[in-house]
Write a protein that binds this ligand. Structure first.
Ligand code: EPU
Length: 420
């Protein structure tokens, strides 16, 4: 299993380009199942989760082609969609496979998708997805570990979601596009990835209004057609590089990104003492060599501070001046990085869903590992501030969500090696 060896301490300096967003690419790839026509995508990130989604789509009978000249260019064509069965073997490796549920049901009238199991960061139920499909007229049952959904034609309805769920909103949005009549999704997730999906669906011919607000309106259409779409920049990858720059007292410009996607994160970085400058598609952070100040964080659905940046800010607080109180409100078990950061000498106490982080001048190197993606990212950036060589094990989690992270960090001056 690959690991990363990181020699600290270092001060990150230079420019880095953001990749396309994993959590936008996955639902948009699933959306290709809605049309019997090609969907050409640009800026699809080269990630393990994206490859898994590609395999799942191919399994369902969708033609999946990656451009030879442009590694981020994919053409997905579900003209010959032949199966409605998403198998356990693929779903168990990636929970986001649940995204195919809505499109399969809408297009074929039935879907059989393995129920995603437990997850390292929390229970992660999919009740919102299932109740919403029932509200659109589907019969939905869970049997033998599979979600079995049927509906000759989905019928538009007003759906009030019990919880704000990102993939729940996306599944229902995709299903509603081909439903008979109008759908109103209430208590919808407002995450930028939902907006990117809506933009792509609209390019395919869907009639959608209100994405980015908590009420999304969809007027069902008979069919969707061919389209082209460029995946939005990854706000979490962008935020991870900015947090790394702040924690190493460095100066980094992230290009090909969008500052509007991460306002809550930028606000906290300013409070941490960073000087920030932004343009339409870049963000520059300069710590002027200063140690960051600790910041309090409380996670919640967009536009509040994202849970996917919580672990990285624990790492930032661990070397900051002062005490940072980090409250995780979205997932019940998302503090796995804390024990590993403690092995690097971080001073962190957990009480219920709150981590109290007392900053130290520097961290110690140690062998560490994590069982989820963002926790792994926090260990990598913490290692940049450690006094010696840290080994981050089990980095297949990182490969699920960060494109060539070691090359990008090396481009900013970090000494990072991947060891096979
Ligand atoms: N929830 C319920 N019932 C449901 C659905 C969700 O109670 O039926 C709860 C969850 O337990 C959780 C909260 O609602 O407490 C939010 O869960 P959500 O459904 O929004 O999460 P998700 O759609 O499974 C996506 C991202 C996650 C990100 C969360 C929150 C994708 C593929 N995944 O997950 O990304 O953390 O939204 O923003 O979009 C990551 O990239 O590292 C990652 C975990």
């Amino acid at each position: 299993m690959d690991r990363l060896e990181i020699d600290g301490p270092c001060r990150l300096q230079g420019e880095v380009r953001a990749s396309g967003a994993k959590n936008a690419a996955l639902p948009i790839m699933a959306a290709s199942l809605l049309a019997a026509a090609p969907l050409r995508l640009a800026r699809v990130p080269a990630l393990a989760d994206v490859r898994t989604m590609g395999r799942l789509l191919a399994d369902l009978g969708c033609s999946v082609r990656q451009d030879e000249s442009d590694p981020g260019g994919w053409t997905l064509d579900a003209s010959a969609l032949s199966s409605c069965h998403a198998d356990y073997e693929l779903v168990r490796t990636m929970r986001a496979s649940i995204l195919v549920l809505g499109p399969l049901l809408a297009r074929l009238g039935e879907a059989e998708v393995s129920l995603p199991g437990g997850c390292a960061i929390g229970a992660r139920p999919v009740q919102v997805h299932l109740d919403g499909l029932r509200a659109l007229g589907a019969e939905v049952a869970v049997r033998d570990g599979y979600i079995r959904a049927r509906a000759e034609r989905l019928v538009g309805a007003r759906v009030v979601m019990d919880q704000v769920s990102v993939t729940g909103t996306e599944v229902l949005l995709m299903a509603a596009c081909l439903a008979d009549g109008d759908t109103v999704l209430e208590n919808a997730a407002r995450e930028p990835e939902v907006v990117d999906l809506a933009v792509c669906l609209r390019a395919m011919g869907a009639k959608i209004r209100g994405e980015g607000t908590s009420t999304i309106q969809v007027q069902g259409v008979g069919r969707l057609g061919a389209a082209e779409h460029r995946i939005q920049p990854d706000r979490i990858e962008t935020g991870t590089f900015l947090a790394a720059a702040a924690l190493t007292r460095g100066q980094v410009c992230v290009r090909d990104t969008d500052p509007q996607l991460l306002e809550a994160v930028l606000r906290k970085l300013r409070l941490a003492g960073a000087a920030l400058r932004t343009g339409a598609d870049w963000i520059e952070l300069d710590m002027g060599g200063k140690r960051p100040r600790a910041v309090d964080i409380s996670t919640a659905p967009h536009p509040a501070f994202p849970t996917d940046m919580q672990a990285q800010f624990c790492a930032l607080n661990a070397v900051a001046e002062g005490v940072g109180v980090v409250t995780e409100n979205v997932f019940e078990n998302r503090f796995q990085h804390v024990l590993e950061l403690s092995r690097m000498g971080a001073d962190i106490r957990i009480e219920h869903n709150t981590a109290v982080v007392i900053g130290r001048e520097a961290l110690d190197p140690a062998p560490v590992m994590a069982t989820d993606l963002r926790a792994s990212a926090s260990l990598v950036i913490a290692a940049l501030a450690a006094q010696g060589t840290t080994v981050v094990n089990r980095i297949y989690h990182l490969d699920r969500g960060y494109e060539r992270i070691e090359d990008k960090l090396a481009g900013l001056g970090a000494a990072v090696r991947r060891v096979k």
